[in-house]
Design a protein around this ligand. Sequence first.
Ligand code: BMA
Length: 316
Amino acid sequence: MNPASAHDVLFHRHEGNPILTAADWPYPVHSVFNPGATLLPDGTTLLLCRVEDRTGLSHLCAARSANGVDGWVIDPEPTLRADAETHPEELWGIEDPRITYVKELGRFAIAYTAFGKAGPGVSLALTEDFRTFERCGLVMQPDDKDAALLPHRIDGSFALIHRPMADSGAHVWMSLSPDLRNWGSHKLVLPARKGGFWDANKVGLSPPLIETDAGWLMLYHGVRRTASGSIYRLGVALLDHEHPDVCLARGNAWVFGPEAVYEREGDVANVCFPCGTTLAADRDTLRVYYGAADTSVALATGSVREILRWLRAHGS
Ligand code: BMA
């Protein structure tokens, strides 16, 4: 298999895409995209969507479906709103949630972008049921985004993957914490590739890391700036299970990118931006929920085994 054909093979778009749009919303909104995803204990798929209203700012809203494909029941009003009174860093909204179930806490941890005057930063909130939330506040100061917690401690510490911006570029990092509040031991995980590559200009974690027998599977977005704007595509990497800051393999080509009209056209053209996956009981069938062109929510399905096989053939 050559890299050019690989992205056609690894993920299959759902024929009903986009599966959620602003027209589905029970209250007036402008666009619905970049959803976090998880399976609830009863098997329901929950998407926590980024919803942009007509002020231009975003909040988060939950959509639930028994089969993860259709029949979505959407909360009648915003599920988690920015709260700029208690959290000024959320003045301009909250965006791009990533959900991790943390067994030790018996709760889901939501890492999201808090957008305020100082720029985008990373905030955490905890919830049992996606109806009430405990806010932990800002855990990574601006500029930082594209964060998700790992589902269990690494060598005694909670671990957060995130993407700070630096003069040197936008690279993926991992930080550790004893208590979800104090963070340190920062390590570079995956740098933007530079040069003319598809992930030259920026990289960032897309959905939370997926734990496999081979290590942590990372789906990341890579950005290439072109004369007519940025292209957001998806790549894969494998991180060491005991030391997730160590990258064992990184695919040389992207595996999924904007092709369909709803990915090519929209508020921001040429964007595929997943923030959540669900893994079937077979531990192989992976559903990737992604924002398409910052406008709607779409679904693609892949196989963890096939992705790992591709990475062995096309990784370095
Ligand atoms: C990134 C994030 C995403 C967005 C993408 C494309 O920087 O802000 O929320 O989908 O840009 O606009």
